[in-house]
Design a protein around this ligand. Sequence first.
Ligand code: 48H
Length: 262
Amino acid sequence: MVIPMFDKVDEKDVTRAIMESFSKEFQESAESDVIIVGGGPSGLMAAKELASRGVKTLLIERNNYLGGGFWIGGYLMNKVTVRVPAHKILEEIGVPLQKYSSGLYVTSGPHACSKLIAAACDAGTKILSMTRVDDVVLRENNRVAGVVVNWTPISALPREITCVDPVALESKLVIDGTGHDAEVVQALVRRGLMKIKGYGAMWVEKSEDAVVEHTGEAHPGLIVMGMAVSTVYGLPRMGPTFGAMLLSGKRAAEIALDLLGK
Ligand code: 48H
C-alpha cells in the first residue's frame, strides 16, 4: 500500500479555517426564520423538516453532541423503541428496524440517532452547540422574537466569577424542544406570562397521542414540542419510546410552516 502524504498546512491555517468559518456562520445566524432550542429527537426531526423546505433553521444545543435522550433507550440500554406509525419516519431515513410485536419496533439507539442527526444536517440545518439558551427576546404584546444565549461553560459557572453578558439571536419563531425542563417556556413562566403543570406519571398508551395533539403554539411566537409538551400541559410521560418525539417534531415543523405562510 502506498502511504498518502498530507499537503503542507500550518497551525495558523487550521486556526483561521475554524475561526473564519464559525464567525461567518454565527453572523448569518443572528437572524433566522426558526430557532429550535434542543437537539433531541423532536428538535432534530423539526430541523430536518423545516430546513428541507428551505426555511432558515438554527438548532441550538447546550451539549457538545446532538441527540438528547435518543442515544439510549432507558436504563443505560442502547436500544430504542418506536410505536407504529412513527416507525415510518425511521424507515424513511434508512434506520434498520426489527418488529418486536404488532405495533412496536425496536432499533439501535446509536444508529437511529446518528441517522437523524445526519438527516437534519443534510437538510441544511445550522447548528450552534455548547450554547445554552437562558432567556428569550420579547417584542410587542410579549411575542417571542428570538433567544438569549451564552456559552454553556459560562452559564454553568457561578455569577461571581463569570460576569459575562449573553448575546441575542433573532427569529420569526422559536421552538422549545428542550425536553423535560421546557427551558424556553420557563423564561416566560419566570415573568408570569405562562403557567405550566409539570409532566404526569407514566402511561404509555395515553401519552404519545396526547403529546402530538398538544404540540403547537403555546405563546405568540413560541411553539412547544416533544417532552416539553408533557411538562407544559401535565400529560403522562411515555418512558423510553420515541415515536411521539418524532411525530411531535414533525407537527411542530408543519405548524411553523403554516405560521410562516409557507
Ligand atoms: C440549549 C438545551 C437547553 C437549553 C435543554 O431531552 P431531549 O431528548 O428532548 P425531546 O423532547 O426531543 O425527547 C425526549 C426524550 O429524549 C425523552 O427523554 C423521553 C421520551 N422521555 C420520556 C420519559 O418518560 O421520561 O433533548 C433535549 C435537548 C438536550 O440535548 C438538551 O441538552 C437540550 O435539549 N437543552 N439546549 N439550551 N437551555 N435545555
